[in-house]
Design a protein around this ligand. Structure first.
Ligand code: WQD
Length: 341
């Protein structure tokens, strides 16, 4: 039996491939390399001692997806990361996002449901909750109207999978709603490599400290939070990757109730932007250059997870602290930029 990881050369995908291989799973990766490099295959091999199978492919090509499943008859489980993920770009180019993120999903499912038994894990996002009314956010919190086409593709993606589960007894699926993934593998072989100016807080912090950016702009300090800056749930990418392995094993062992489940994957702890900066300064011993600017449109005030469902049902819990995750993010940045201090 083989597990297909789409987008397996990307940030979360590559960390998940490492954890899958270390848990003994046989992995094949599909990636179109639009936002990742084939070199990541060497890095995964260096960490695990095993080179995963790899097909460079665009999942929007329905015929290619069909041919892949013929060429790899052992694949009966898919972890689907491949997607476009820039919120701002999705507002500018909605059709690109609907095509990339949804047609690929449909083509994969069309092939997978032909199997006797099929298993599917979907990369979803806390973005489906919008500004939730209560903290921490449980899986029962209502899904709010999406703020962007990107967010909408995650909501629609979940609906496509749920509707498929309703009519396919041979198909089992789990959607994992990630909070804010940060950090890098302790080997510093793999980590986050944003193209262009990072939109996310942590890579912006580490790039600023490494000298690539002049200063970090903190988007607003007038939010109704203790220090006025927004609060998020930052989870170490290795913890997040491990959640995929336990979710997959739950599917393979047929432990699920019903054939569709949703889990929040976060730490359960909220940290403000200023707390993240303080954590960075603590673990790096460097002062970060930052200034407070106006709010970023579309930002919600607070989002952190109630992780009790994942803790109790999956038996999974995030282990790393914010400091540990920040330290790994900084070690990765230092390595790729050859920063020595
Ligand atoms: C975190 C905090 C910013 C940059 C992410 C993804 C989104 C979705 C949810 C996937 C916010 C502040 C940031 C900067 C700053 N994930 N910030 N200066 O907004 O929670 O969204 O998670 O589906 O797609 O992007 O994460 O890292 O962008 O921001 O002050 O230069 O840091 O305002 O409060 P966010 P983020």
């Amino acid at each position: 039996m083989q597990i297909l990881v789409t987008g397996g050369l990307g940030f979360i995908g590559s960390h998940t491939v490492v954890e899958l291989q270390e848990a003994g799973h046989d992995v094949v990766i599909i990636d179109d390399c639009s936002n990742a490099s084939e070199e990541v295959l060497d890095r995964i091999t260096a960490i695990t001692g095993k080179r995963p199978a790899f097909e460079k492919m665009d999942l929007r090509d329905r015929t290619a997806v069909e041919s892949f499943f013929k060429a790899y008859p052992e694949v009966c489980g898919v972890i689907h990361f491949a997607a476009s993920k820039a919120v701002g770009e999705s507002v500018e180019q909605p059709l690109k996002y609907y095509e990339n993120n949804l047609s690929s999903l449909v083509y994969l499912l069309q092939q997978l449901v032909k199997k006797e038994q099929a298993h599917f894990i979907f990369s979803s996002s806390c973005t489906v909750y919008g500004q939730a009314d209560e903290m921490p956010i449980t899986e029962q919190a209502p899904v709010k109207p999406a703020e962007s086409p990107y967010g909408n593709t995650k909501q629609i993606g979940e609906e496509i999978i749920r509707d498929t589960c309703r009519v396919q007894d041979n198909f089992r699926a789990i959607a994992l709603r990630y909070f804010n993934p940060i950090g890098a593998h302790p080997s510093t072989e793999i980590g986050e490599l944003p193209i262009g100016v990072p939109q996310n807080l942590v890579p912006f912090i580490t790039q600023t400290a490494a000298g690539l950016r002049k200063e970090l702009s903190v988007f607003g300090n007038d939010y109704p939070t203790p220090d006025g800056t927004c609060i998020r749930d930052y989870i170490h990418v290795v913890d997040l990757a491990k959640a995929h392995v336990v979710a997959l094993e739950r599917l393979l062992q047929e432990k699920q109730q019903g054939n569709y489940e949703v889990f929040n994957i976060g730490t359960g702890t909220g940290s403000s932007v200023l707390e993240v900066i303080q954590s960075f300064e603590r673990v790096s011993g460097k002062k970060l250059n930052y200034k407070i600017v106006g709010r970023r449109p579309g930002d919600i005030t607070t989002a952190y997870a109630d992780t009790s469902k994942a803790n109790n049902v999956l038996g999974w819990k995030a282990k790393s602290t914010l400091d540990e995750a920040m330290k790994s993010a900084w070690q990765w940045e230092q390595k790729i930029r050859r920063v020595t201090t």
